[in-house]
Design a protein around this ligand. Structure first.
Ligand code: SAM
Ligand code: SF4
Length: 500
C-alpha cells in the first residue's frame, strides 16, 4: 500500500468544521449535562451501601428502568464481596431478559489513520512521526471487505476513521457505499456486510444527513473522558478534538440528522473510572430526555499500549481487572436496555470473564492495521496500528467458544433493515417483543454462517446449540415454529439473507 503524505490543517480551517450553534441548541440554560461537582457530590453522598437499598436498585434494573445518578453512585460504591456477587448475577439476568443468550459479533475496519489531532494516548496522533500513514482507496476498501465478508464471514463492521480533510464525510460516505457493494460467493451461497457502523470524529448535522442517506448503522463517538480539565489536557487546545462540547453533543446532532442509533463510550484510564460511569449515565439520560431514546450501545475500552506513545505506559488512572469488572457490571445495571460492546483490546481470559456480566457484542478476527485484512498476516507484526490488541483469535474460534458456553452468535441485522431502529427497537427490546424476532433470526443466521464459514468442529458444536434453540422456540413461541422450520430449510438449501 502506498502511504500518502500527511497534511495538517491550518487554524482557520479547524474552526470552520465546528459549528457553535450546533452545540448551543442542546445546552440547558447555557450548561451542558456534565457537571463535575454534582457527580463528585453524588459519589460522596452515596457511600453507604445498605444491602436493602442495593436490592431495591437491582429490582429496578430488572424492571429495565434506567437508574438515577444516586442509585448508580450507590452501586459504584459497593465493596462487599457478597453484594458485588449479587450485582454481577443481576447484571447477567438483565442482559438475558433483554437480549437472551445472543451475542452479536463484528469486526473493526480501519480505513485510514490520517489524523490532524494529537490525542496523547493514540498511536495515530499527528506528532507520532513513527506512524506510517495510509488511507485506503475504494478498491482497497473493497478488497478488505471481500476478506471480511467472503472468507471470515462477518456481517457487521465498525468502520474506523482518523480526522482529516482527506477522509471527510464524502470519503466516509463513499467508503460505506464501497463496502455495501461487495457481495462474495461463499461455500453454500453468498456473503456481504449487512450493517456498517461508523466510529469517526464528531460531525455536523449536515454531514450526518449525508451518512444517513447512504445507510449508516450506528454512529459511534467516544467522549474519551467526560472530565473536562483532563479532556483539555490530553487533547491539545490547538486541535479540532480539543473542543470538549463539540464532541459531547456529537450524538445529539446525529439524532437530529435522523441517525437514531448512536453509540457512546469512555476510554477508561484517562480519569477516575467511577466518574466516567456516572457521566455515561448522564449522557444516556440527556439523550433519553431530548430524543426519547438513549444510546444504542455503550463502549468501555481500556487504555492499551501504543507504539511510541509514552502516555499509555504509566497512566495514573489505569483501571485494574477488578475495577473493570465492577464498572461493566454497573453500566449494565444502570442503563439496562443498551447494547454493550466488549472489544478485542482485552485478552481472551478477560473477555471470557467479562462477557457474562451483560455484554451483547464483541469483535473477533480483528485486525486494526490499515489494510491488514487483505495482507492476511496472522499476527499484528508489521501493521500500522493505533494500539495493540489483546485477542486476535479467529471468528471461528470465538464462535465455537461462545457456543460451548451456551451463547448463540447472532449474525442477524433484520431489525434495522425493517426500520426497527432508535426508539422503535428500544421499546420493543424493553418489552421483550424484539427478542422474539431476534431468537428466530439468530437461529437462521447462525445456520447460514455455520454452512458457509465454520470448521467441522465448530459446526458440530453449533448444531447442538441450534437444536436446543429450535426446541425452545417450539416450546416458547409455538405460533412461530412452523414459519421457522420453513425458513430454516430454505437457508439449509442455500438461500441467503432471509429474516423475520
Ligand atoms: N478518530 C476518531 C476519534 O478519535 O473519535 C475515531 C477513531 S479512534 C481511532 C477510535 C477510538 O480509539 C478513540 O475514540 C479512542 O477511544 C480509542 N483509542 C485511541 N487510543 C487508544 C489506546 N491507546 N488504547 C485503547 N483505545 C484507544
Ligand atoms: Fe486521531 Fe482519533 Fe487517534 Fe485522536 S484518537 S489521534 S482523533 S485517530
Amino acid at each position: 500500500m502506498k502511504p500518502v503524505p500527511h497534511k495538517t490543517l491550518t487554524e482557520t480551517r479547524y474552526r470552520d468544521w465546528i459549528k457553535p450553534e450546533q452545540i448551543a441548541r442542546y445546552l440547558d440554560g447555557g450548561r451542558c449535562f456534565i457537571e463535575a461537582s454534582a457527580i463528585e457530590e453524588r459519589l460522596k453522598e452515596n457511600r453507604e451501601c445498605d444491602p436493602g437499598r442495593v436490592e431495591a436498585i437491582l429490582q429496578k434494573s430488572l424492571a429495565i428502568e434506567t437508574l438515577t445518578p444516586d442509585e448508580t453512585a450507590c452501586l459504584l460504591n459497593v465493596d462487599d464481596p457478597d453484594l458485588l456477587a449479587r450485582m454481577e448475577q443481576t447484571a447477567g439476568e438483565v442482559k438475558k431478559k433483554v437480549y437472551d443468550n445472543r451475542i452479536v459479533t463484528f469486526a473493526p475496519l480501519y480505513v485510514s489513520n490520517l489524523c490532524v489531532n494529537n490525542c496523547e494516548y493514540c498511536g495515530f496522533r499527528r506528532s507520532n512521526k513513527d506512524a506510517q500513514r495510509a488511507k485506503l482507496s475504494l478498491d482497497q476498501i473493497k478488497a478488505e471487505t471481500e476478506v471480511l465478508a467472503g472468507t471470515i464471514g462477518h456481517k457487521r463492521l465498525i468502520v474506523v476513521y482518523g480526522e482529516h480533510p482527506e477522509t471527510d464525510v464524502h470519503y466516509i460516505a463513499d467508503s460505506l457505499q464501497a463496502i455495501a457493494s461487495v457481495n462474495v460467493k461463499t461455500k453454500m451461497g453468498s456473503g456481504r456486510i449487512r450493517r456498517c457502523n461508523v466510529n469517526a470524529a464528531p460531525l455536523s448535522i449536515e454531514d450526518l444527513r449525508i451518512l444517513k442517506g447512504v445507510g449508516i448503522g450506528t454512529f459511534q463517538v467516544f467522549q474519551e473522558t467526560y472530565h473536562r480539565p483532563t479532556y483539555e489536557t490530553v487533547h491539545p487546545q490547538d486541535t479540532l478534538k480539543g473542543d470538549y462540547l463539540w464532541r459531547l453533543y456529537a450524538q445529539h446532532r446525529a439524532m437530529e440528522a435522523g441517525c437514531d442509533d448512536v453509540g457512546i463510550g469512555a476510554l477508561f484510564g484517562l480519569h477516575d473510572w467511577k466518574f466516567e460511569v456516572m457521566a455515561l449515565l448522564h449522557h444516556s439520560i440527556d439523550l433519553e430526555k431530548k430524543f426519547g431514546v438513549g444510546p444504542h450501545t455503550i463502549s468501555f475500552p481500556r487504555l492499551e499500549p501504543a507504539d511510541n506513545t509514552p502516555f499509555t505506559q504509566n497512566a495514573r488512572y489505569a483501571v485494574n481487572d477488578a475495577d473493570f469488572r465492577k464498572l461493566v457490571t454497573v453500566i449494565r445495571l444502570s442503563v439496562p436496555y443498551t447494547g454493550m460492546i466488549l472489544t478485542a483490546r482485552e485478552d481472551a481470559d478477560i473477555r471470557r470473564s467479562i462477557l457474562p456480566l451483560g455484554c451483547t457484542q464483541t469483535d473477533a478476527s480483528s485486525r486494526i492495521g490499515v489494510g491488514a485484512y487483505a495482507r492476511q498476516t496472522d499476527s499484528q507484526q508489521g501493521d500500522i496500528q493505533q494500539f495493540l490488541l489483546g485477542d486476535i483469535r479467529s471468528l471461528d474460534t470465538v464462535v465455537r467458544e461462545l457456543a460451548e458456553a451456551g451463547w448463540i452468535t447472532s449474525f442477524c441485522t433484520a431489525g434495522y433493515r425493517c426500520g426497527r431502529t432508535g426508539d422503535k427497537i428500544m421499546e420493543m427490546l424493553k418489552c421483550g417483543k424484539e427478542g422474539q424476532f431476534c431468537k428466530l433470526n439468530a437461529v437462521v443466521t447462525f445456520r447460514e454462517w455455520l454452512d458457509d464459514f465454520a470448521t467441522e468442529e465448530t459446526k458440530a458444536i453449533g448444531e447442538r446449540l441450534i437444536e436446543k434453540e429450535i426446541a425452545e422456540i417450539k416450546d416458547q413461541l409455538p405460533e412461530w415454529y412452523p414459519a421457522l422450520v420453513k425458513m430454516y430449510e430454505k437457508v439449509k438449501a442455500g438461500q441467503r439473507d432471509v429474516y423475520f
